[in-house]
Design a protein around this ligand. Structure first.
Ligand code: GLC
Length: 553
């Protein structure tokens, strides 16, 4: 059985991964084509984002039918073959389950709109007056979170897009429908679940205006969330000891995350939180521009590492996913130090305590595309915010700069397989374009060069498998006040591993002797992104984005 503490998960956004039939959309057969590539990288699990039947308003996070494969992505036979072919390479499949909401095209919602009581109770409807929404809560994609339905003279709640209606978890019948969905996919041989915005499912019993925020404090980590997760666990994946789960936790707290992931609580295996990815939000606002706050980033990592270890919880470690801009464009320098900054960021995240996640293309350094016109964007959130910023009077150039840095489409461009047309992603017209840099930055080039970012990731993955200290060791932040360096020690019994990362394009000097006792210890270099000797521990000069890990025994 796999040990998730020694495993690495690779996230696939199928729509942009590999198109096998030339229709411009990636598909499941495309994923099968690339399994040998993933095997070479050395990952243990593939997390597939939604490929169920969906109108694709939110690229599949708006589900119309939980039990079938959308024809854009292929067929159920393709999925079964994918499970089988992955298994034969010792890779398991994690499915993405979206249970906070369904598409308004789901038959449950259609029946609800037709007035069927049973199905109205699957959602959150409230009596109200036209133009006076039930509360002032904001949808996460912009606008009010309540939508008025003329025919019923009622509103329904949608924390996301207006076509994503929130489900009513207080209804037992609905919860049982959900268990059926999970059990259906377990029978297909799936070995894990990623639960979309799962900490938002428990809504308050009465709805009131939020006079100090956007409403999230009323439904985030809601009052029945732990009860609902325990019940979900007990009725589905909790019956098997080889299934892992990861919950996507929006605006959560360490305290709750410990409960979600402490094995004694019997809820989930691990959690994603996003606090470290808000360090470039000006006054907490995503749609703004700001250099990242490095001190804050270090403190967040330190608090979460310590908090989760002390509480026996488990973190998912990640920089990138389909909702985040590319991390090298964000916290690195892709123009002057593409390889150095991409590999430094990888070291910093991979060797902490938790299970690392790699997002497609990250392993060979894909960057943000820098789209220049709104026509190149596809994402519903980006387009909504384009319009919101326009209506606030922000000028076009500014808006485009914000989108270039913040849009979710930054990570949704086609995987750059090689230097052929459309980056080798499709023979047709891609649903979203690849940036021109695919001619240089692509998987083929990375595979052909043993010194590439790809092989650096491969090494990081193997270190976690070999070094128990990385998988199970304690965490201590080093050089706490250093303005450029994020360094930490992992420790297990009498062995320690020191990880050092220069987050800037400037050289700097560090002194490890003050914090680590090196006397009489053997030093072994595990990985580094420059060719250097790490045999002295005072006045070490670090080059731009230099990063290394050494083992002391
Ligand atoms: C999650 C998904 C995101 C989606 C949202 C609504 O945050 O990762 O892509 O838009 O939930 O389902």
């Amino acid at each position: 059985m796999k040990d998730f503490k020694k495993s690495v998960v690779y996230q696939i956004y199928p729509k942009s991964f590999k198109d096998s039939n030339g229709d411009g959309f990636g598909d499941l057969k495309g994923v099968i084509e690339k399994l040998d590539y993933l095997k070479e990288l050395g990952i243990d699990y593939i997390w597939l984002t939604p490929f169920y039947i969906s109108p694709q308003r939110d690229n599949g996070y708006d589900i119309e039918d939980y039990y079938n494969v959308d024809c854009r992505y292929g067929t159920m036979e393709d999925f079964e073959l994918l499970v089988k072919e992955s298994k034969s390479r010792n890779i398991d499949i994690i499915l993405d389950m979206v249970f906070n909401h369904t598409s308004t095209g789901h038959e449950w919602f259609k029946k609800a709109l037709a007035g069927e009581k049973k199905y109205k109770d699957y959602y959150i409807f409230r009596k109200g007056k036209k133009d006076i929404p039930i509360t002032n809560w904001k949808s996460k994609f912009g606008g009010n979170a309540w939508e008025y339905v003329e025919a019923l003279d009622e509103y329904y709640l949608h924390l996301f897009d207006v076509t994503q209606a929130d489900l009513n978890w207080d209804n037992k019948e609905l919860r049982e429908e959900i268990y059926d969905v999970v059990n259906f996919w377990i029978k297909k041989g799936v070995k894990g679940f990623r639960l979309d915005v799962i900490n938002l499912i428990s809504k308050p019993s009465t709805f009131e205006d939020d006079n100090i925020g956007d409403g999230r404090r009323f439904y985030t980590d809601g009052h029945k969330i732990h009860e609902y997760l325990k019940e979900l666990n007990e009725n589905t994946f909790g019956k098997y000891d080889d299934i892992i789960t990861v919950g996507e936790m929006s605006s959560t707290s360490i305290e709750n995350c410990i409960k979600y992931s402490n094995p004694y609580e019997k809820e989930l295996s691990m959690v994603f939180n996003f606090h470290h990815l808000k360090v470039d939000y000006k006054d907490g606002e995503k749609w703004s521009l700001m250099d990242f706050d490095f001190k804050k980033l270090k403190n967040i990592f330190n608090n979460w590492q310590r908090g989760m270890i002390d509480g026996n919880g488990w973190n998912a470690l990640f920089w990138c996913n389909h909702d985040q801009p590319r991390v090298n464009s964000r916290f690195g320098d892709v123009k002057k130090f593409h390889k150095e900054s991409s590999t430094m960021l990888a070291t910093a995240i991979h060797l902490m305590n938790g299970t690392p996640y790699i997002y497609q293309g990250e392993e060979f350094g894909m960057t943000n595309p820098e789209f220049n016109t709104i026509e190149e964007y596809r994402d519903v959130e980006s387009i909504n915010y384009y319009n919101i910023l326009k209506s606030k009077g922000v000028d076009e150039e500014n808006i485009m700069n914000i989108l270039k840095s913040k849009s979710r489409d930054n990570s949704r461009t086609p995987v750059q397989w090689d230097d052929s047309k459309n980056a080798g992603f499709t023979t047709g017209t891609p649903w979203i374009y690849a940036p021109e840099n695919y001619k240089k930055i692509n998987a083929k080039n990375s595979l052909n060069n043993k010194e590439s970012i790809f092989y650096y990731y491969k090494k990081l993955i193997s270190i976690r498998k070999v070094e128990n200290t990385i998988a199970y060791g304690d965490f201590r932040m080093l050089l706490q006040n250093h303005k450029q360096v994020y360094a930490y020690e992992r420790k297990l019994n009498d062995e320690s591993i020191i990880i050092v990362n220069n987050f800037y394009d400037k050289e700097c000097t560090i002194n490890l002797k003050e914090e680590i006792d090196f006397d009489g210890k053997k030093v072994e270099l595990l990985i580094s992104n420059y060719k250097c000797n790490y045999d002295k521990f005072e006045n070490i000069k670090l080059k731009p984005y230099e990063s290394f890990a050494i083992k002391l025994k």
